[in-house]
Structures are given as C-alpha cells and as structure tokens.
Design a protein around this ligand. Sequence first.
Ligand code: PEP
Ligand code: MG
Length: 572
Amino acid sequence: MFSLHGIGVGGGIVIGRARRLEASERDVPRYRVCDDQVERELARLETAIEVVKAELQAIAEQLPEEGPAEARALLDVHAMILDDPALVDAARDSVREHLRNAEWAFAAQATHLAAQFDEIDDEYLRERGRDVLQVADRVTRVLSGSRTRTYTGRDEPRIFVAEDLSPADMLSLRSAVGFAIDQGGATSHTAILARGMNVPAVVGAGLASRLIADDDWLVLDGEQGVVIVAPDESVLSQYRHLQALSLREREALQKLLHVPAITKDGTSIQLCANIERPDEAVAALAGGAEGVGLFRSEFLFLNRRELPDEDEQYEAYREAVVAMQGRPVTIRTLDVGADKALARSGAQIAQNPALGRRAIRYCLSQPTMFLAQLRAILRASAHGPVRLLIPMLAHGHEIDQTLRLIGIAKVQLSERGIAFDEGMPVGGMVEIPAAALSASLFVRRLDFLSIGTNDLTQYTLAIDRADHEVASLYEPFHPSVLRLVAMTIRAARRAGKPVAVCGEMAGDWGAAHLLLGMGLREFSMHPASLLRVKREILRADVTQLAPRVARLLQAVDPLRMRAQLARLVGAP
Ligand code: PEP
Ligand code: MG
C-alpha cells in the first residue's frame, strides 16, 4: 500500500480498480457496442483503414522527386503496418470478442504491439513501435471524424489514470468513476469536466500514471486530493465509513432542493448551473438550478474533424433551452484555444496559446463560422429565454464587432423568415484584468456581465491554471483577484445591470459569504455544488457581510486573506 497526493477537485470518495490510459489511447472514444452493432463497427474499421491507406498514397504521390528517400520508405512502412494481421486482425477480434468500438479496439492493440517493440534491444525495431502508434493515431482520427457516437452504458466502471488528459479526451470517457491525473491544476478544464461529471478526481497527482498498474485497487479521495494504491483492510473500512458520511451529507442537502435561495435578511439569490453539453441541462434542473449561467459551447466543437454546422448547433442549444423549461440559458460563444484546442489538422500551434488567438479573438477572425454560431444561438432563443455571452473580452471594439455581427445574423435570419428573440440579452465575460478594470465602460454596451474567476486568477497572477508545477501559487483568493471581482460587481450594480460569477469560485461554498458581501446575487456553478452553496446562502446575512467584506478587501497579504475568509464563513 502507498499513497499519492495531488489537488482534489471534489466529487467525494470512490473505491475501484484502475485503468491506465496510454498516450495513444487517451483521446480515443471508448464504449462497448451491442452484439448487433459488431458488423457495423467492423465495417467502420475497414473503411477507416482504406481511407488512411489512400491518405498515405496521396502523401507519397505529392512528395517531390528529389525529396528524401527516407520519407517514401517511412510511408511504405506505415502502409505495411495497415496490412499487418498482428494489428488489424487482432483489433477485429477485439471488436468481436470484447464488443469494443473500433477506435478503442484499434488503439488498444496498437499500444500493445508498440509495447512489445519497446522491449526489443534494437533501436531500429524500437522505432517501429512509434510508427505503429502514429498509424493508429491516423486511423482513430478518421474513425472519430464520424459524428454519431453511441454510449451503451455497458462500459466497465473504472478509475482512469493518465499522465495528462485534455478536455477533449475526457469527453470520450463518460463511463469513468474517478480520475487520477499526473498533471493539471484545480481549475484546468480537465478538473472542471470531472466536476461536471460529478466523479471524484485528483489532478497534479505526480507519478500516478507511472506507479499505478492496470487493475490495481484504488481509494481516490477527490476532496482531500489523495490516491491510495492497494489499500489494506483497515484503510478500506475507514474510507467506507467516510463514504457513508458523505452519502448522509448528500441526503441532508437533498432536503434543500425545493427551498428558495434566500438569505436570512430576505435577499433572493439566483443559483444557476454550468454545463458543457446540452443533455446536462436535465441534471442541472434536477439539481435545483434556476437557469444555465454558462453553457460552454466549445465542447460541441472538440474531438472532431468537421465542426458542427448551424443546424447541428441549433439542435444542441435548443435541447438545452427546452430542457430548462422556461428558465434562462446563457450560451457562451466558442471559447477555444489554450487547453481547448480544435482538432483541425494543419492548425498552427501558437507560441503561447493562453495569450494567443483564442475565444472571441478567434471567432472574430472567422466571421463565417462565427455567424453560423450566432444564428444558431438566435434560433434557439425562439424556444425560451436565451442570453448570449462573449468570452475573453479585453477590448471595447471586440464588443462592438460582436454586436455588429449579431445584427447581421439577425438580418440573415429575418430574410429567411426564421424566428428568434429580437431582444436576446448579450453579456460579456470578465476574465482578463483589463476587462475588470474597464467593467464600468464595457457594461454600458452590454446587458449583463459574468465573471470568469478561473481565467481572471490565471491572468492576474500570471499562473497557468493547468500547470501542476505552479498550482500551489494559483490563488483565487489573492487580494488582487478579489479586488477585481469586487470592482466588476460594483460596476455592474451601479449601471443597474445583472452580474454573475461563473468561474469555479461560485461553486466553492467557502467563497459564498465573500461574494454575497461583495454584492453578488447570481452564482453559476457545476450542478453538484448547488445545494452546498445554497446551504451557505441560507445561513448568510448580507447586511452584516457587506461591511465586513469591505474591510477584508483592504487586507494586502494573501496569507491573511485566507485566515480572514475562514472567519467570515464561520460568522453567524
Ligand atoms: C472562467 O475562466 O472562469 C470561466 C468560467 O471560463 P472557463 O473555465 O471555461 O475558461
Ligand atoms: Mg475562461
């Protein structure tokens, strides 16, 4: 037995077996198919192999005559790998016998073969292992280009262990019951998705992927950030007891489901949910959300080669709007870039993606694509209250350009005779210090603001939110971050416009009193946190909190800030 320590991102405690993910398998969709889907899966595999062979042939034909001979030889090797029965037949058998989907069967067999090459004491042959993985990557990418993906719910529940997982990887692992990941920080999108899936997760877990073997028994405590490998009986019984306690707490919280979120002094607070996929709206509603405060639309765009067109997006947005039964749905326009990269081949890797052409910067540079999204959001607004949210604002002209494009999208829809809400509110995210400092000006051109504390912390402190090496310095309660949050809330309230916090701070029950004291009346968080935060709201008295928080914001020392915050939470 031994334990590993990282950053807990919530979700409670899980006891289960490990499933290690190798790099080549990570972003591969993994699900079991039904018996009657086996032939279809085999046909998909056949087609993908043929497509890759044709791709390789096309590349070979385009090679210049005088090009390096090795390149041609390498392409030949790759083509031969696609005829190797040890790879292809074994993958077919895995589809038939283990009912794995084609991507999973092919990637897993490639990893197995590559590991065998790796053991050979000959450098040339060891390199062939890498070729196998590259070919497998091509095949699985072709396979994943298909739009429809059926999750049968028959996948084995496992705790997934990996060196790193991109948000796109996570989307293919819906059957996970836990995650232990070497890299990542508390507000990395990997951690956020784990919270959205409501499964225990530990990120920044150091050497987890190297020290944990497939099938090891694990205790994973997502609250404390601990992974215990091969626990003995006494540890197991201790954690079973903790699991029972947390279950009891959850049952107690459940009683608050229909209690309105009103503070002791009678202030009504709006609690909304963050979602990444339209079908999560159902869970949000069941969890007591009064609306969707943040629909991260970019998750419709990840993990695929063909981007969703206007109709597909419209269907997704409409699904969420209809599911929320008349409650507002805030759809954020595409926020790609940094750790949420589009899977477009040939796209240049930015030198510093978090500071690069991401989010609204990217959208404004792709007006055709952006207009399609704006039309899709507008069309969804005909089915219930929709609010449009612009991510990563830094400049006033980004607001003007987006408003102009929304105007164009409206004209285009009107010309097609398609219904939409003419008065759909348009808001902006405050997640860059420049936006917080300009909030009073930005809010004049917008209908509402939403504060993204995850990026606001990252950009204020210059700490990569996904980098576990600097995770200990990532401090959302740094006085500078809190002052920017308070400044934004004040600016919106003065202008008489709604303002929310939709970063992870909103779901941190320890921050609820602080935010209430700053004047916040709208919180948006992952649905699993709604009731815990509601409990704090029911205990709070904002008339007392406001002056205390004003004093607290004068504190200059981040260490003192934490201590004072604890006293605020403990306050009657
Ligand atoms: C944020 O930055 O706080 C936010 C809500 O956006 P995301 O986490 O998707 O970057
Ligand atoms: Mg953000």
